[in-house]
Design a protein around this ligand. Structure first.
Ligand code: LER
Ligand code: MN
Length: 272
């Protein structure tokens, strides 16, 4: 299992060369700690100098595990379920930009908060149908471009649709695309799943999982709360999971502290 951690690059507001410099500093810091890659939470991937990024990745023998896309909804208000057709199409267009960046960097594209929240001007049924229709289009685009999409069940305090793993699996079955798989986040798993069955269930669905997010019950670094990471990660490890587990927490007291603390704890659990 490979390890990464989430960071932004502030590409919307910073000059291009500064973004590349920030990326290089992150690669150096994380590589030295023993991470295999970085997950980027981006807003406008097309503003990044992809050639510089690829050179930096090569020189550090480092990877971009995945691209987070949720800020498209948070900052622009575009979403895959939006009742306004123009804003729904804009969400799909934005995902195309992420996919173009992902093809070049061999990263996954995450479908999480970008599916949006139900609006009082719409209905849950309409929004769900929109999400399904948008996802079919995105899966076609992903197939054409050769990119993998990772669909994330997210807890019901943050989002209205697909809160549980089983509801996300039903959706994946309906879309039926070889380019749409699951992202399992330990934080949402702890909030939404039945503790009596979760380890068995995870074992059964592990072949559908293409990416993992790690945060403890307090949404801080793994090991600082009471989530059973040993059981969680070993379930995947024993099922032959070889992709990324990515730290996605509140970065307090600092990103650097979370990175150091997390990797130390995870190396111990994974025996690496
Ligand atoms: C995104 O990966 C996620 O987990 C959401 O809860 C956004 O914070
Ligand atoms: Mn997550």
């Amino acid at each position: 299992m490979k390890l990464s951690i989430v960071s932004g690059l502030n590409e919307s507001k910073s000059p291009v060369d500064e973004v590349s410099k920030k990326f290089e500093a992150l690669c150096e810091f994380l590589k030295n700690l023993g991470f295999d890659g970085i997950e980027l939470s981006l807003l406008e991937p097309e503003k990044i100098n992809i050639f510089q990024i690829k050179e930096i990745l090569n020189s550090y023998n480092f990877e971009i595990s995945a691209l987070g896309t949720g800020s498209t909804f948070i900052r622009f208000g575009y979403s895959l379920g939006h009742y306004d057709e123009t804003l729904r199409q804009k969400a799909i267009e934005r995902l195309e930009r992420y996919m173009e960046f992902a093809v070049e960097t061999n990263a996954l594209v995450i479908i999480g908060l970008i599916r949006g929240r139900y609006s009082s001007q719409s209905s849950p049924k309409k929004e769900r149908l929109n999400i399904i229709s948008s996802l079919k289009r995105c899966a076609d685009l992903a197939e054409n471009k050769g990119v993998m999409l990772a669909f994330e069940p997210i807890n019901s305090f943050e989002i209205d649709s697909y809160n549980t793993i089983s509801s996300a699996l039903d959706l994946l079955q309906e879309i039926n695309s070889s380019h749409l798989k699951l992202l399992i986040d330990s934080y949402h798993t702890n909030l939404e799943e039945d503790p009596g069955f979760i380890w068995e269930d995870l074992e059964q669905i592990s072949s559908e999982v293409i990416h993992i997010h790690l945060a403890d019950t307090n949404r801080r670094a793994p090991g600082t709360g009471h989530f059973d990471f040993r059981a969680f990660l070993n379930t995947f490890k024993e099922a032959g999971y070889k992709n990324y587990a990515s730290i996605e927490t509140i970065m307090k007291p600092s990103f650097e502290d979370v990175a150091r603390e997390s990797i130390e704890f995870l190396k111990m659990i994974l025996n690496r």
